[in-house]
Ligand binder design. Sequence first.
Ligand SMILES: *Cc1c(COP(=O)(O)O)cnc(C)c1O
Length: 359
Amino acid sequence: MTRVYNFSAGPSALPEAVLQQAQQEMLDWRGSGMSVMEMSHRGKQFSSIAAELEADLRDLMRIPENYRVLFLQGGASAQFSFIPQNILGLKTKACYVKTGAWSEKAIKDAQTYCETIVSANSESSHFTTIPDVASWVCDSQAAYLHYTSNETIHGVEFNTTPNSKGLPLVCDMSSNILSRPIDVNEFGLIYAGSQKNMGAAGVTLVIVRDDLLGQCLKTVPPVFNYTEQVKNQSMLNTPTTYSWYLMGLVLKWLQEQGGVTAIEQCNIVKSAKLYHAIDNSTLYRNPVEIVSRSRMNVPFILADDSLDKAFLTAAEMNGFNELKGHRSVGGMRASIYNAMPESGVDALISFMQEFERTH
Ligand SMILES: *Cc1c(COP(=O)(O)O)cnc(C)c1O
């Protein structure tokens, strides 16, 4: 068996130790005589998996008592529509910061439910910058301010939590959650899909402050009504049990690595090495302004795009997979989430340097 270095943006590489544990427990989860996939979600075994999952997440992110943690379905994409429907209340508008493809989608979907005010927009820089927070225009009558902390496609990331000027701050953290410490108290709502930094696809995490609950539109299906799901521990319907279990294993692995503060140091080192290699080459280039570069998704273009195909073919032959950039941006993209070891980044850099030397 050979495992490649997988640079996919999502679903993405999982820690090998997690896959091995899942393999060991596949047929018989801890003496239960069953696979987790076969267990009732109401039984005591799965209940213990669910309880530990929430406790470990609360521990890793230091989630305060006045926040509820939901594990839903439909991906972060469903939340683009369900956030306004759940928390607008009597308000009719919401503020959005447009920094790339994902925030653009969030805005487009919210427009069905409210007036969206674009508080800041980096489109004129082709989404290679984060607009200076001092210049953001927020409407005090808005229900919330939404931003995307890491733009997975454009490779731009907020390096601090922005000041929301009194509005509840709502954040799509799908592609950088658990990669750096944040203070949950600064947020009204955080959401993220599981398949980038927390496990396999199938779980959508929503962390929501208590005071934002209880105002969901009646037209929303109960499974997407936060208040209903809080009452039912996210089990109003059958949850994606195996994905919950895998997320639990990833969180335990992260605790073993020393938690979010320790993994942040790894992420700083890995991304700095890769950007340094790109900046010091004549073949590769990253267009993002330095302070806004993502530690998770590193897009780069080749000076001569007729070499793209040869680059990708040679990469795969050498065990570096999923490096093709998103179709809307072109070029290459290396996604280096928590699970990518530093050795994978080192090996990629060596490969890139060798390719440059021979082309
Ligand atoms: C991947 C991603 C999404 C979409 O996630 P789905 O699970 O496919 O709905 C949304 N936002 C960001 C920032 C992402 O990286």
